[in-house]
Design a protein around this ligand. Structure first.
Ligand SMILES: NC(=O)N[C@@H](CC(=O)O)C(=O)O
Ligand SMILES: [Zn+2]
Ligand SMILES: [Zn+2]
Length: 345
């Protein structure tokens, strides 16, 4: 039996939803993670500092007693976002980042940004006060193939924006392509990327071979195998610009298993087991702590957690539920398709 003790991890991209779903999923995160960046794509979205304050209160109320968990709040950028409100949110310590959803790119993104020009006053203010922008980096132009949307976003939106506003700190969320990895590596400063657990494990075959597999469908959609390999190399490299953002995104099964299934994969419950497996496969268990617990806080200017967790490799596979049952309905848990032996003690 081997074991590994690391600083307690954080999740730099998480969907907790609200109400009964929030209550049903929060414990799977707070059991292992000390902090998480909370995505603002609720219905209606978390747009103002006041919205974020109220949502934070609801999250804290739902944390199981005995767990210590700090939600790091984000604002959903719209074409009408008020720069003063954003600055106030940053100064009060309530807001950790602002999230850019190109309108129509993903779940609950219709209120996002259509015309980047309209977002410039807010982005300029963020650059001035040092508030990071988290981006869902995909264009939504119908002519662009869904597997190319990340690369085209980098070339036509992100790179021009970064040239125009080099002081703006940008997190490319859930990087899924070799192009994204290379772009982040090529940047001298003010650019980093979060990588999900599932994109280290699945490629697009998992979604489409042997029948449509809705529980492997997420956005950005998983790409070809060479892209998965590039993500794995980046994650285990120790490069401080790459860190974990699970993008754990629960949807109830009826909304996944239907003619127009939602995008999102639920991984909070088994993420640390999956990651230990991946890092061991890559002979890089000694880099797991950098990816889950050190690089993220350094990027966001926060101290690493003082507490630790211990991962233990068990003889028998660890059993995770196939589904969790929330008050909102059942949610299928990510199946990595290999037995998980690593467990958080
Ligand atoms: N990743 C997903 O497939 N879905 C996320 C939205 C997002 O992060 O793009 C969700 O909110 O369901
Ligand atoms: Zn996204
Ligand atoms: Zn997400």
């Amino acid at each position: 039996m081997s074991s590994l003790t690391i600083r307690r991890p954080d999740d730099w991209h998480l969907h907790l939803r609200d109400g009964a779903m929030l209550e049903g999923v929060i414990g799977d995160t707070s059991r292992h993670f000390a902090r998480a960046i909370i995505m603002p794509n609720l219905v209606p979205p978390v747009v103002t500092t006041e919205d974020a304050r109220a949502y934070r209160e609801r999250i804290l109320k739902a944390v199981p007693s005995g767990d210590r968990f700090e939600p790091l709040m984000t604002l959903y950028l719209t074409e009408h976002t008020n720069p003063n409100d954003v600055e106030e949110g940053k100064r009060s310590g309530l807001i950790t980042a602002v999230k850019l959803y190109p309108a129509g790119a993903t779940t609950n993104s219709h209120g996002g940004v259509r015309d980047m020009e309209k977002a410039m006053p807010v982005l300029e203010r963020m650059a001035k006060v040092g508030l990071p922008l988290c981006v869902h980096g995909e264009v939504t132009t119908p002519e662009v193939d869904i597997f190319d949307r990340e690369k085209v976003f980098i070339d036509t939106v992100l790179d021009p924006l970064r040239r125009r506003l080099p002081e703006l700190k940008v997190t490319m969320e859930h990087v899924t392509t070799e192009d994204g990895i290379q772009y982040i590596r090529s940047a001298e400063r003010n650019l980093a990327g979060s990588i999900t657990t599932h994109h280290l494990i699945i490629n697009r075959n998992d979604i489409l071979v042997g029948g449509i597999q809705p529980h492997y469908y997420c956005l950005p959609v998983a790409k070809r195998e060479n892209h998965r390999q590039a993500l794995r190399k980046a994650a285990v490299s120790g490069d401080a610009r790459f860190f974990l953002g699970t993008d754990s995104a629960p949807h109830v099964d009826p909304l996944k298993e239907c003619a127009c299934g939602c995008a999102g994969i639920y991984t909070s419950i088994n993420t640390m087991s999956c990651l230990a497996h991946v890092f061991e496969q890559e002979n890089a268990l000694n880099k797991l702590e950098a990816f889950t617990s050190l690089n993220g806080p350094a990027w966001y200017g926060l101290p690493a957690n003082e507490e630790t967790i211990t991962l233990v490799k068990r003889e028998a596979p660890v059993e995770f539920p196939v589904k969790i049952f929330t008050g909102a309905g059942p949610v299928t848990v990510f199946d990595p398709k290999f037995p998980l032996h690593w467990d958080v003690a």
